[in-house]
Design a protein around this ligand. Sequence first.
Ligand SMILES: NC(=O)C1=CN([C@@H]2O[C@H](COP(=O)(O)OP(=O)(O)OC[C@H]3O[C@@H](n4cnc5c(N)ncnc54)[C@H](OP(=O)(O)O)[C@@H]3O)[C@@H](O)[C@H]2O)C=CC1
Ligand SMILES: Nc1nc2c(ncn2[C@@H]2O[C@H](COP(=O)(O)O)[C@@H](O)[C@H]2O)c(=O)[nH]1
Length: 370
Amino acid sequence: MNRETLEQISLQALELTQAAVVAYPYPRLETYYTFADKSIIPTFLTKPISRSRVDTSQRFYTLRGQEEIFPAFGASMSMMRTRFARDLWDGGTGGVHILPRVELSDPQRLADVRASAPAQVGAALGISEDEGFLEALFQQPNLAFVSIDIAHGANAAVLPVLAKIRAQGLESGVILGNVGSLEGFAYAYWLMKLSGFKHFILKVGVGPGSVCTTRINTGVGVGQLSLLEEIYRFRNHAGYTEAQIISDGGVNSSGDFVKALAYSEGVMMGKFFASGSFEDEVLIKRDGQLEGVQLYGMASSLVTEKRNYIEGSSQTLRAFHHTAQEAVSRLREGLQSAMTYVNATNLNEFRGNVRFALNSAAAITEAGVH
Ligand SMILES: NC(=O)C1=CN([C@@H]2O[C@H](COP(=O)(O)OP(=O)(O)OC[C@H]3O[C@@H](n4cnc5c(N)ncnc54)[C@H](OP(=O)(O)O)[C@@H]3O)[C@@H](O)[C@H]2O)C=CC1
Ligand SMILES: Nc1nc2c(ncn2[C@@H]2O[C@H](COP(=O)(O)O)[C@@H](O)[C@H]2O)c(=O)[nH]1
């Protein structure tokens, strides 16, 4: 695709975005809350079902068709690689990892996809990818998704890589992110649509990540739970049904995962998955026993001098899971139980039945161990 065509797509996307935003009849939010601020109001259970029997799977359009997947995604962070991908996938009962790109060469990225088998995985992409690399990548039988993984995904700079992916004949299985507003969502939607994708995923979240300093250092980004709610309602109202939503960042517990799923089809996590499934270099051990896990941001100065360290930090975690499988079990059990509090036997019913309440500071204290 030549430069003129890409410029036309970007202009057309802007016009369609402006029209959609103007036509949206609901007032825009002024206050944005995040997971800790709100909780789900329990209702009743008219179809008694064991918590272990509710259906927690979500249908996604992957690179090769439709698949039912447990909706937990591994963050594309360089300490989460092939061991993590296999542990997360857990023989098909767990979630999907999106293998990182930052700090890795193309041959390493291809080797990671291969070495993750039999796990299905995604691969993170930047805005400048080599056609030969993409061709080799799309031949990998266990590749389910590619994820264009940049700080600001509602960005015309992604058009060339989208064109290269389309040139490989692919129409679904592409994740684009991150977006941080209703306008950003609409713009990213039109970039994907006008590039010719039939089904796709838009990743939502600017600044909620555990090692993210974007909001502090740039002042940009709003509370994740309200942002998801606003985008989810806009998506459904506008009929942008080709776009599924992944919430990215800020999950500290299975309850946060549950809350994110009220307004998204999937949830991406880094910190929550911190475990012995991470790469050896970030595991802190004493006498062979896991004592902690180091987490650092993909835009932090620890990655390379060149990176925009303004937007990333690092932390050492003393609370962690032993393995990614253990983390997934905790997510699943939390979700299963939450669904039965709101009369839901599957995720569609769950999203339809959930209502949130804003809690007072004392109620938030009451929610913890006291
Ligand atoms: N979810 C989040 O809140 C954030 C996540 N990250 C993570 O850090 C990693 C590195 O991200 P990133 O630095 O984007 O990757 P890259 O350095 O690959 O940047 C990708 C492209 O996006 C451009 N870009 C980056 N930020 C912005 C912006 N705010 N506005 C317009 N264009 C922008 C860059 O241009 P140029 O560098 O010339 O400006 C570059 O051309 C990724 O894994 C990303 O997910 C980083 C920050 C925030
Ligand atoms: N602003 C930044 N965001 C980052 C960076 N590295 C990763 N991330 C984002 O965080 C999530 C994971 O969040 P968590 O709360 O689950 O740990 C990840 O998917 C990225 O979107 C960074 O350096 N800066």
